[in-house]
Write a protein that binds this ligand. Structure first.
Ligand SMILES: Cc1cc2nc3c(=O)[nH]c(=O)nc-3n(C[C@H](O)[C@H](O)[C@H](O)COP(=O)(O)O)c2cc1C
Length: 327
């Protein structure tokens, strides 16, 4: 049976299947269930930067706050439900409850005062910190360079506040993704999570109101992170984690041969229950055995580094073939 043990962000993990940050990892019980189902590590539900700032004062109701009333009320509620103090207790309790690495998560958009909190996350015993940085370019006046510099400044700021292994979950919509990722790693990160799955916004065309789109992914969405991990793995030395579209052991195998060190699953925990982790592990292990890999580390990057995959030629040729072959 293939050896699934590996490392992620310098941490030893018993296998590369991680529970991704989501509602299920928002409670100690959920974290325990993921670990019992076999997860190699658990990424906790994110704390939002706004929750930290609200506790520090100034972001929830102070004069001149940019938040409209409804948003301020929501933040106030968040602060008193799962606020920064209770998040630190949550980290401590989750660490006591499981014997796999516990990765804290902060969803942030600015390099402001919340950063001292990274040191508190470290003191609470988290094994690593994942930053979910969702920068949405909305202004026609903002350049790609400005957005990228903003991302790097957040990363540098957090790096200066903690010695924890750090990774960042970003979206795919960058003009020059390889450069963005290599500069992010240079700014002091150990890994990158590909990708943030943005809130899917649909529209009710009659009521002219926004409505929620698909909350959960399916395996079809895996192709985007697969493409990018395959391109980036041979060029950038860091731990890639694939998030979005991993629902089966074969999905996980694809991500690993593309170059992922680990995969993270969220939607499948909801659509197939938390026990999906043990099924994915079994399928991955069977796949490694059937294809002659003694360890998961042996399989990593085999596609990305194979002679059959030269993205510079292949991507263009496949594109031309696909379009000229369509009637
Ligand atoms: C209900 C739900 C809640 C989520 N909450 C968070 C969160 O707090 N922080 C975060 O970084 N990602 C969050 N995510 C995103 C997931 O961690 C993951 O990146 C995304 O769903 C893509 O993975 P998947 O295809 O396995 O679902 C959430 C996803 C779901 C479905």
């Amino acid at each position: 049976m293939a050896d699934l043990r590996t490392t992620y962000l310098g941490l030893s993990v018993r296998n590369p299947i991680l529970a991704s940050s989501c509602g299920i990892t928002a409670t100690v019980n959920g974290v325990r269930r993921c670990a019992e189902a076999g997860a190699g590590a658990v990424v906790l539900k994110s704390l939002f930067e706004e929750q930290i700032l609200a506790e520090l004062g100034g972001a929830d109701g102070s004069a001149g706050s940019a938040f409209p009333d409804e948003a301020r009320a929501y933040l106030h509620e968040l602060e008193h439900s799962h606020g920064p103090r209770s998040y630190l207790r949550f980290i401590e309790d989750a660490k006591k409850a499981v014997d796999v690495p516990v990765i804290a998560s902060v969803n942030c958009v600015s390099g402001e005062r919340w950063m001292d909190y990274a040191a508190q996350i470290e003191a609470a015993g988290a094994d690593a910190l994942e930053l979910n940085i969702a920068l949405m370019p909305l202004s026609p006046d903002e350049t790609a360079g400005q957005i990228e510099e903003h991302l790097f400044s957040i990363v540098r700021g957090v790096r200066n506040h903690t010695k924890l292994p750090l990774t960042v979950k970003i979206g795919p919509y960058f003009t020059a993704l390889p450069r963005v990722i290599s500069a992010t790693i240079e700014a002091g990160l150990e890994g990158v999570v590909l990708f943030n799955r943005f809130y899917q916004l649909d529209i009710d065309p009659v009521a002219l109101k926004p409505i929620p789109g698909n909350r959960y992914s399916d395996s079809d969405e895996l192709v985007l992170p697969l493409r990018w991990v395959s391109i980036l793995y041979p060029k950038i030395s860091c731990d890639f984690s694939v998030s979005t579209g991993v629902h089966t052991g074969i999905d996980a195998a694809k991500a690993i041969v593309a170059g992922a060190r680990v995969v993270q699953i969220a939607s499948a925990l909801y659509t197939q229950k938390v026990s999906v982790i043990s099924r994915i592990l079994l399928e991955l292990s069977d796949w490694l055995d059937a294809n002659g890999y003694a360890t998961v580390d042996d399989a990593r990057g085999r596609f990305a580094t194979s002679e059959h995959y030269r993205p510079e030629d292949l991507e263009r040729v496949q594109y031309v073939k696909a379009l000229t072959g369509t009637q």
